[in-house]
Write a protein that binds this ligand. Structure first.
Ligand code: PMP
Length: 398
């Protein structure tokens, strides 16, 4: 059966992790990862999660199937977090939400559905984008192309180019937009620029698909929904893939959601019925545990407050590491201005380090990063930041 199977290409980031594991140097650092680590280099188990899990285990609940779209309480909590307490579009029944297997699952379910709905449409992701975007949407059957986004000269977004690209897209093109904390670059656009993106999408009849995988890692869970809420206020129809992997540190539990904003309640019911078919014929219904934990935290005033505090601590630690790295590079005599690292948001930075720099960091220092020069700031801590700064200073200066 399998005699002619060829080896698939290795996932570049997972490949990096394997190479890192095999490295025997004690001082090694893996900046290629996409997870938040605390100052001890560990993935935290949040206290609010621990408390909700304890209560859940003690309740000894049966493990029946969930509805195809997931638990109603979870979906309502997601809508509340994305659109706010009193959102008109929630109250009027225009939004439907599906509990999915992480943010990736939300992108795939949404992609599968849109592909059925608009089989001729092309899908556009930012240049560059999270490396799995292209693969997920190609796997859903889309031809995936890019729109201009990043400017290596400023290490920020090239908004005029982005806007021009969006304005040139044919009607019903699907546009995947990072709602905050752009991965991999860390470069976000401003709120007023989001206003122009909304306008370009409306004018051209585009299908916006917002991806918000780092809600709470830029300015806070509420503030980071600015782009989502601008689309909500525009009255347009759009999709949102959201994830609790990062902001609840629940990576392996696979907790995410797909929300679809429709024209009205009646349309929402029709779309709901169709997306349920997509899910039913894929994984049937979502798992229980992670979503139940998130719901318990978000619906309890005390646990929610605790979550917001723990999330703020993660956000602040990353920001501290951004400043610390920049300060240490300066102190090491690096002439190049790295202050853009403190402007970029979320977990990542496109550092501008070349593939040669990245290779030398690995060979000479045991520091692993993606070839593109993307580093994960959340992998830095008070013990390794000096070492990483020294390594970067060495490779960029000679
Ligand atoms: N979108 C982006 C931009 C991401 O960075 C990630 C996670 N790395 C995801 C979606 C998927 O998140 P999840 O792990 O919840 O599937």
């Amino acid at each position: 059966i399998f005699a002619n199977v060829e080896m698939a290409p290795r996932d570049p980031i997972l490949g990096l992790t394997e190479a890192f594991k095999d490295d025997t140097r004690a001082e090694k650092v893996n900046l290629g990862v996409g997870v938040y680590q605390d100052d001890n280099g560990k993935i935290p188990l949040l206290e609010c999660v621990k408390a909700a899990e304890k209560a859940r285990v003690e309740a000894g609940l049966p493990r029946g199937y969930q509805p195809i779209e997931g638990a109603a309480a979870y979906n309502a909590a997601v809508q509340n977090l994305l659109f706010g307490d009193d959102a008109e579009l929630v109250k009027s029944g225009r939004v439907i939400t599906f509990e999915t297997l992480g943010g990736t699952g939300a992108l795939k379910v949404g992609g599968d559905y849109l592909r059925r709905l608009y089989p001729e449409a092309k899908l556009y992701i930012s240049d560059p984008s999270w490396e799995n975007h292209r693969a997920v949407f190609e796997n859903a059957g889309f031809t995936v192309e890019t729109y201009a986004y990043y400017d290596p000269a400023t290490r920020g977004a090239n908004f005029p180019a982005m806007k021009a690209a969006l304005e040139a897209l044919p009607a019903h093109s699907v546009v995947v937009l990072h709602a905050c904390c752009h991965n991999p670059t860390g470069a976000d656009i401003s709120e007023s620029q989001w206003g122009e993106v909304v306008e370009a999408c409306r004018k051209n009849d585009l299908i916006p698909f917002l991806d918000i995988a780092y809600q709470g890692f830029a300015d806070g869970p509420e503030q980071d929904t600015a782009a989502v809420r601008m689309f909500a206020d525009s009255g347009m129809q759009f999709l949102v893939a959201s994830s609790f992997s990062k902001n609840f540190s629940l990576y392996g539990e696979r907790v995410g959601a797909l929300s679809i904003v429709t024209e009205n309640k009646e349309e929402a019911a029709r779309v709901l019925s169709q997306v349920k078919r997509v899910i039913r014929t894929n994984y049937s219904n979502p798992p229980t545990h992670g979503g139940a934990v998130v719901t318990a935290v978000l619906n309890s005033p005390e646990l929610r407050k605790q979550w917001e505090g723990e999330l703020a601590a993660m956000r602040q630690r990353i920001l501290d590491m951004r400043h610390s790295l920049v300060d240490k590079l300066k102190a090491a005599g690096v002439e190049q201005d790295f202050s853009f690292i403190t402007e970029q948001r979320g977990m990542f930075s496109y550092t501008g380090l070349t593939p040669e720099h990245v290779e030398r960091m690995r060979d000479e220092f045991g520091i692993y990063a993606v070839k593109s020069g993307r580093i994960c700031l959340a992998a830095l801590n008070s013990r390794n930041v000096d070492y990483v700064a020294k390594a970067i200073a060495t490779v960029v200066s000679k």
